[in-house]
Design a binder for this molecule. Structure first.
Ligand code: GLN
Length: 194
């Protein structure tokens, strides 16, 4: 069975993620409903606006559906707002903003500065040097003992993994370099039921 990677397509930078995944030969599926989620083995959660995504996850009824798949060990890669959605604690979040508590990290929204303060930096990662694009990026302020740090920027974690959950505070989909997507795909084991 070929692996199908869903891209959460409620809001934000989902199209570029689908292109990266397709460029490494992966079949993708835009996920907007619980029914879409049933067709995928793994899920990419893009950057965007995490508070808006949190609302849309509720109204689409995807929040409980994704929670159940995470409990069932689905692989998820969250980037920027996607990382915020996967975290255990959100600092400077909107009051009603929810997260999946899928990876034991506390993140502070927008802590790397405003949109105009966006920046790019070469990072050391498990797949070699990778250009990280940081756009109103969240900062990982603390990590639990089960979390592995895969890359740091000036001593602060920016790419982390816990079991099947991978999270980056930067945008790996914007530089035409799909190696981190390829790395994520290499970690996927099938949990699709249909
Ligand atoms: N600041 C955004 C948030 O809190 C994340 C920014 C991004 O995804 N580029 O959701």
């Amino acid at each position: 069975m070929n692996v199908v990677v869903g891209v959460l397509a409620l809001q934000g930078a989902f199209a570029a993620h689908a292109e990266c995944l397709q460029s490494v030969g992966v079949t993708t599926c835009e996920v907007r409903t619980p029914n879409d989620l049933e067709k995928v083995d793994a899920l990419m959660m893009p950057g965007g606006e995490s508070s808006t995504m949190s609302q849309l996850l509720e109204s689409s009824r995807l929040f409980p559906a994704i929670s159940a798949r995470i409990a069932d060990d689905m692989s998820v890669f969250g980037t920027c707002a996607g990382m915020i959605l996967l975290s255990t604690h959100i600092l400077d979040g909107r009051e009603d903003q929810k997260s999946f508590s899928a990876i034991d990290i506390s993140v502070r929204r927008n802590a790397f500065g405003r949109q105009v303060e966006s920046f790019e930096r070469e990072l050391d990662t498990p797949i070699g040097q990778f250009l990280g694009v940081f756009i109103r990026a969240p900062r990982i302020e603390s990590i639990g003992p089960g979390v592995e740090v895969l890359s740091s920027l000036d001593g602060e974690p920016v790419l982390v993994r816990q079991g099947n959950i991978l999270a980056a505070s930067f945008h790996p989909e914007l530089t035409g370099d799909a190696r981190l997507h390829e790395y994520f795909v290499s970690t996927i084991s099938t949990t699709r039921k249909v």
